[in-house]
Design a protein around this ligand. Sequence first.
Ligand SMILES: [Zn+2]
Length: 294
Amino acid sequence: MSFYSRDRLLGSFALALRLCVAVVAGTACGDDAAVPGPDAGTADAPAVTCATGDTVYTPSGTHWDYMHPDEWAMKSPKYAMCNGMTQTPVDITTATTTTETMPLTFNNYSTVPLRLVNNGHTLQVNVTSAFGSSDASITHNGTTYYLVQFHLHTVSEHTINGASFPMELHFVHATDATPTARYLVVGVMYNVGAENPSMQNILTQNPGDLCYRQRPASSVALDSLFPTNRSFYHYSPGSLTTPPCSEGLNWFVLSTPALVSAAQVTQLAGIVHGHNNRPIHPLNGRVISRYTAP
Ligand SMILES: [Zn+2]
C-alpha cells in the first residue's frame, strides 16, 4: 500500500500519530504533533544553512501561513478538517463553564533534554518518549498521556472572556505510539512579568528557521514553565491548531497564567516573524468545564 493511499485510509488524525511516532525514533514531530505528508509544496522552501552542529529541517506538505488561516482547508485535501466543527482554539467564557472534579496529575514532569526544531511556524522542543513509567506524562480520568513535544505561540491562541495573552505554550501528549493513540494538550498562558529562565533557555537556543538543534546534554526545566496553581479549563474534542487540523484532541488550558518578560515575548515574535496564533473558532455546542485546584 502506497504512502498516499494509506493516508487516505487512515485519515489525517492517524497521520498525525504516525508523525509523532517519528519523535520516538528521534526525528521531528511537526506543529502541534503533526505535519502533513510529503506531497507538493516544498518547491518554495528556501535553501537553508544551519549553524555548525545543527541540521536542516525539511518541511513537508502543502505550504500554509498565518496570514490566511481561513484558506488552510482549501490548500490541500489533507487540510479539509481545518473547516471542521470541533476546531481549536476557542474563546473560554468563564461565566458558562461547568464544574469538573478530576485533576490533571503530572508524572515525572521535571526536565527534558534540549532537542529543538524551528519548523518555520514555531519553536518546538521535541521529547523522546518510551511511553513508560519514567517518562514525563499526565494522567487524567484514569488515562496516562506521555509528553511528546511542546511549542510556543505568540500571541495566545485561546482567549479567556475575549482577552488574549502575550504568549501560550502547548504541551502535546499521546497515549502511545500506535495509530489509535489519543492526544491530550495542555495550554499554558503567559503574562508579562519577570523573565522566565527556562523559557530563556529555549529562546536563546533557537536554531533559526528550518533547523534542528539537539543538545541533549543540556536540559529544559518543565516546572518553571508552569504556574504553581494547576486549575484548568477543559474541553473535548478539540483539534490541532495547524494543518491538518486533525480533531479528537482532549484540550486543557490552565486558568492561571505563568510569567515571561516583555523582552521574551519580543524575542519569540522575532523568531516566528510576527505572530503564530490561529484565530478562535466557534464551540459549536461544546461545553467547557473548570477544575479548581485545592
Ligand atoms: Zn500549538
